[in-house]
Design a protein. Structure first.
Length: 168
């Protein structure tokens, strides 16, 4: 072994900066399957009340009244959907103390609205559209019956706006 020889400098191997499988180029915005894209274009994925607003069939004030009616309904009866839940499981959420006075005032507001709508004959139609998201005839296509249904909807929402004297 010769100790007088200077050691050779270490050879540093250079590796390419990008390793592994090349990235697949994907569109920046995933709009879903072609079927979903078509349903969105036809407005089938939108709620009926929002679709009425988008098509300028109702005003923003009327739309707010429909949303407010649904909110009051869900406070009173819960969300109208099929689901299984365990009422004993809180899911790690902190439960706020319920204000019985506030809840009683909201229930009174709901009952006043429903009684007023029932008296004018608009209650069933507004509940079906705003709460249960059922599409009325005028959203399915033009017809004589659709025009009268749209008029009934507008009258009912205007009655709510008059009752609540506000809306956004």
């Amino acid at each position: 072994m010769n100790h007088t020889d200077t050691p050779r400098p270490a050879i540093i191997l250079s590796f390419p900066k990008r390793r592994g499988r090349p990235k697949t180029l994907r569109p920046m915005h995933d709009s879903g399957t072609p079927e979903l894209v078509m349903k969105r274009a036809l407005g089938e994925t939108m709620e009926a009340l929002d679709l009425c607003l988008e098509r300028d069939l109702i005003t923003r004030r009327q739309h707010w009244c429909g949303i407010h009616l649904r909110w009051l309904y869900t406070l009173r009866y819960g969300a109208p959907s099929v689901r299984i839940s365990d009422p004993t499981h809180l899911g790690g959420m902190e439960i706020k103390t319920d204000d019985p006075m506030w809840r009683a005032a909201r229930e009174l507001e709901y009952h006043e609205a429903i009684n007023m709508l029932a008296g004018t004959g608009h209650a069933l139609m507004l509940l079906n559209l705003c709460v249960y998201n059922e599409r009325p005839v005028f959203l399915r296509g033009p017809s004589a019956r659709g025009e009268s249904t749209l008029t009934t909807l507008r009258e009912g929402l205007d009655a709510l706006a008059k009752l609540w004297k506000r809306g956004k």
